[in-house]
Design a protein around this ligand. Sequence first.
Ligand SMILES: NC(=O)c1ccc[n+]([C@@H]2O[C@H](COP(=O)([O-])OP(=O)(O)OC[C@H]3O[C@@H](n4cnc5c(N)ncnc54)[C@H](OP(=O)(O)O)[C@@H]3O)[C@@H](O)[C@H]2O)c1
Length: 268
Amino acid sequence: MRVLMVGCGNMGFAMLKAWIESGCLSPDETGVVEPSEEGRARVAALGASTFADPPSPDDFGAELIVLAVKPQVMADIAPAYRSATARGAAVLSIAAGLPIRRYEEIYGDQTPIIRVMPNTPAAIGEGMMAYIANDAAGGALIANVRKLLETNGAVAELEEESQMDAVTAISGSGPAYVFHFIEALAEAGEKLGLSADLAALLARQTALGAAKLAADGETDPAELRRQVTSPNGTTAAGLAMMMTDDRLKTMMAEVADAARRRSIELSS
Ligand SMILES: NC(=O)c1ccc[n+]([C@@H]2O[C@H](COP(=O)([O-])OP(=O)(O)OC[C@H]3O[C@@H](n4cnc5c(N)ncnc54)[C@H](OP(=O)(O)O)[C@@H]3O)[C@@H](O)[C@H]2O)c1
């Protein structure tokens, strides 16, 4: 499948890197449209073709256009790829907020369109990729796109597009919440007198180990938490600060709701 990625910043590059490095996508079949010279250079290092401006369908012959620009500029950028979709290319969008009908307004509802919400651990094959397709997207296309997404991590098909705002709030934005938790744990360590380096190491490794223990889903995170918590011990003292009056749960519900509301705003 000849793939043309439009915009290759933080998220697009994270996905593309795994597609090419896994061998799932040949660099010969891959093109990237990216205005930034630095952005083009790192794509060229993967062996893919790069363009500062949209190539004509005759020049590249894309079968899949991956739209990976910011939602706020999508309406200005996406129409340049109408000639490619008119010649049969499908569209995969990673943009937050924008619903499939927006792309159908640009390309027509006979164009196969898949919307995916990725996250940045996609770069190392540990992402969460949740997608939904329009009626024009056939089984063969979806299977090929799933093969690419599987190189990025776990893949889930949504039941309906209305789930996408909540998915964006949880797994799309989620890595940032976890990174901030790591920052906060390290800063707390410094406040207790540890050096910055040691506190950062303790916080990073603890997050990694805990995530790996929770990753297979076999043991409930609540049970894993109980296994750390000796009666009347240190963890119980710490957790009381998080759990009394559902302090952390209340905050996380507010965090997720703010992100979901922003996703909805971006759609209009
Ligand atoms: N970052 C995430 O964790 C994440 C997660 C899920 C979904 N998303 C979605 O992914 C999309 C990209 O986000 P991002 O964080 O990767 O943003 P980003 O790092 O800013 O990447 C967007 C890229 O598009 C380039 N661009 C601008 N105008 C262009 C044009 N006319 N043609 C081609 N490329 C153009 C930008 O170049 P310049 O910088 O030179 O303008 C930039 O390199 C967004 O829609 C976002 O909602 C992001």
